[in-house]
Design a protein around this ligand. Structure first.
Ligand code: GDP
Length: 425
């Protein structure tokens, strides 16, 4: 039995969903431990192509139990729609393969609305939120002003609790933003509609997981976003509002006692970033457009073109440390095949000095990339399945990254399909 966590090392969209889908074979349970419907994991398998926002990426594997832990923002409306989408392609979702923690807090309609209202108020200074209500949700959670999923089983108590929250929330909506207040009737209707749908999945996942570990089942923790978006260690305030790092996995999953044996950090062979915030290695113009096209870098949730650039060694080395990665999965190496020379952001210049340390968020916007080039391989590598199948230049690129970030690259992904990867050791 071993517990592993799959995390993003950078800004998110590293290809975590693809790695979870691949590795779930070795685990009985997959748990999502933070975040909500604000980011998407793309998975391509025999059922088709999916952008999963809430469901763990193990839902496609028969016999795997998927859990939404207490740390997630449980958006019942989005989750219901997502279950429908997946079922429409022939994947059966039932309490047999999906469970939700009774201690997960509910993301309510006003969270999404407040997200939009605040972004609109900020105008040019907006954070680039996906407007899924995540920041207002987590603020409320830490203010102890949310409903827990388990309250769905106690309608009378839930109603009383909701009345208190409603009164408080309407004060903010009306007096701060001049928005229309919610009525008890509309909130109850929303909760009943989606609550009835979601309730069969809700249970005491703390006890369930405890029992499963006693029985020797291995657990895979699945993170959303990446180290640089972590609330405490990322590029604050352009972070997400939860902890996307491996250290939080046991807490947000319902296994606060768990030891994590392996931290698989996912790194893309180049960089991408959605939304606002400093992105030192960013490319613009034709160069960026070419890479964006080659990598299909458009948001899984929003369809927004992602900002792109070469791999950022400084940020990646920091991300590896923050995550405590024990090995790396390097994805999308095939995307770089069109380049004659492979650029890498090897260092930063800050205040006239070269640095290899990731700067404090307040000065990060002043950092400039120092770009170096490596020889390209200029051929299709998507058929490679063994390390020896890769051209020498591609192997050198992988080994260079490995040496620079101080962590072994165990998996090299050369295509989006499940079997398009190389396992090195
Ligand atoms: P996540 O949020 O970390 O799961 O990242 P995304 O949802 O952005 O997924 C990454 C995208 O890249 C998806 O469309 C994957 O199918 C695709 N992908 C993953 N690995 C590879 C790879 O090695 N090569 C190529 N060409 N595409 C990949």
């Amino acid at each position: 039995m071993s517990n592993s966590v799959i995390v993003g090392i950078n800004w998110g969209d590293e290809g975590k969903g693809r790695m979870v889908d691949l590795l779930t074979d070795h685990y009985g349970i997959v748990v999502r431990f933070q975040g909500g419907g604000n980011a998407g994991h793309t998975v391509i398998n025999e059922y088709g192509k999916f952008a999963l926002h809430l469901q763990p990426s193990g839902v496609f594997r028969p016999g795997v139990l998927n859990i939404l832990g207490n740390g997630v923002a449980l958006d019942m409306e989005n989750l219901s729609a997502e279950i429908d989408t997946v079922e429409a392609k022939g994947v059966r979702i039932s309490p047999e393969n999906l469970r939700i923690s009774d201690r997960a807090s509910l993301l309510l309609p006003w969270h999404r609305q407040l997200d939009g209202l605040e972004e609109a108020r900020l105008k040019d200074h907006a954070y680039g939120s996906t407007k899924q209500g995540i920041a207002p949700f987590y603020s409320d959670k830490y203010q102890k002003k949310t409903l827990l999923a388990g309250e769905l089983f106690y309608p009378e108590e839930l109603k009383e609790h909701l009345a208190m929250l409603l009164e408080w929330k309407n004060m903010t909506l009306e007096r701060v933003y001049g928005a229309k207040p919610y009525t008890m009737e509309e909130m109850l209707e929303w909760i009943n509609t989606y609550g009835e749908r979601i309730k069969p999945y809700v249970c005491d996942t703390f006890s369930l997981l405890h029992k499963a570990q006693d029985e020797g089942k291995s657990v895979l923790f699945e993170a959303q976003l990446g180290a640089l978006r972590d609330l405490d260690y990322g590029i604050y305030p352009y972070t997400t509002s939860s902890n996307s790092i491996a250290a939080f996995a046991p807490v947000g999953s319902g296994m606060p006692y768990a030891k994590v044996d392996e931290v698989i950090g996912v790194v893309k062979a180049y960089s991408s970033c959605v939304g606002e915030g400093p992105f030192t290695c960013e490319w613009f113009g034709d160069e960026a457009e070419k890479l964006r096209e080659a990598g299909g870098e458009y948001g899984a949730k929003t369809g927004r073109p992602r900002r792109v650039g070469p791999i950022d060694i400084v940020a990646t080395r920091y991300g590896v440390k923050v995550q405590g990665a024990t090995c790396i999965a390097l994805t999308k190496l095939d995307v770089l095949s069109y380049m004659e020379k492979i650029p890498v952001c090897a260092h930063y210049m800050l205040d006239g000095k070269q640095t290899d340390d990731f700067p404090f968020p307040a000065v990060l916007p002043k950092a400039q990339p120092v770009t170096e080039y490596m020889e390209g391989w200029s051929c299709d590598i998507s058929g490679a399945r063994r390390w020896e199948d890769l051209p020498e230049a591609a192997r050198r690129y992988v080994e260079y990254i490995e040496a620079q970030i101080g962590c072994r690259i165990k998996y090299v992904s050369v295509g989006p399909e499940r079997d398009a990867y190389i396992e090195r050791f």
